[in-house]
Design a protein around this ligand. Structure first.
Ligand code: T46
Length: 141
């Protein structure tokens, strides 16, 4: 995947298999390796995010991420340098697959929201583009 040419259209919702208990004991969702198109090397989660705060505000050069709203809801604003797309996540069996080269901002967290992130690489600060100007320059070159 080329960082410069990825667009917001390459960001997609992936439905996670849901097993509804036949005796009314709720649901179970399972993620196995064929659910997401990368090998999972890291898992982290955001929680206790104030409703007026935002997370993200950067792009990644090589990282693939799958975001799951384990609890509550939040919005993800996606930008590719030309187009902007807003996705609301509020179902624990529907996650957002974000490819490299996409700017993202997470906002409007509901009370008790938990955002689980499955990531294709271990943490590496050098993989971040944290300035939107740098991101725009990179995408336009
Ligand atoms: C994204 C949203 C959903 C680590 O030490 N290890 C880690 O694995 C991560 C993700 C972060 N950190 C440190 C680095 C910073 O000092 O935690 C601090 C906050 O990290 P970051 O700016 O990445 O946090 P968010 O919540 O703004 O963004 C993260 C992801 O990086 C981002 O790609 O989509 O969660």
């Amino acid at each position: 995947m080329k960082l410069k040419t990825t667009t917001v259209d390459t960001v997609s919702i992936i439905e996670i298999p849901k097993i509804t208990d036949k005796k009314g004991r709720g649901n179970l969702s399972v993620i196995e390796n064929d659910c997401v198109p990368f090998d999972i090397k890291r898992v982290y989660y955001l929680y206790d995010v104030p409703s007026d705060a935002y997370r993200g505000g950067h792009a990644h050069k090589a990282l693939y991420q799958f975001l799951i709203p384990l609890s509550g809801s939040f919005d993800v604003i996606l930008k590719d340098g030309e187009n902007t797309k807003k996705v609301s996540l509020n179902k624990p069996n529907k996650g957002l697959m974000i490819v490299p080269g996409i700017w993202r901002e997470l906002e409007n967290f509901s009370s008790g929201a938990v955002c689980l992130v499955l990531a294709s690489e271990v943490y590496d600060e050098n993989d971040y583009i944290r300035s939107y100007n740098d991101f725009k320059l990179f995408k336009s070159r």
